[in-house]
Design a protein around this ligand. Structure first.
Ligand SMILES: [Zn+2]
Length: 98
């Protein structure tokens, strides 16, 4: 998480402000991570208003991140796995080709 914008002073100020106004995670634990509601990779503003951010505890944040990673992996396997349009497996080591 040391990438832009998380390494900037602007982000650190915004994060502190968010944790001050929403110090509790949705699960009831103290929040120590601030996350974008709309990811920057999805066109979200890097420094949105406080309601564009969510406070998470470390546990909920890692759960949320893992879920996104899994969805990303699933989407990737859909693109790269399976068959070409004529039904030939794209994997050259597929049993069907032997
Ligand atoms: Zn939590």
């Amino acid at each position: 998480m040391a990438r832009w914008p998380y390494s900037t002073g602007t982000w650190k100020r915004l994060r502190r402000l968010k944790l001050m106004s929403n110090p509790i995670c949705g699960c009831g634990r103290m929040a120590d991570t601030v996350d974008h509601v709309k990811p920057i990779s999805d066109g979200g503003h890097p420094f949105p208003a406080l309601d564009g951010l969510t406070s998470y505890c470390a546990s909920c944040h890692s759960k949320k991140t893992a879920r996104i990673d899994k969805r990303g992996a699933a989407a990737t396997s859909k693109v790269h796995g399976g068959c070409t349009r004529d039904g030939t497996p794209t994997d050259p080591n597929h049993w069907w080709l032997k």
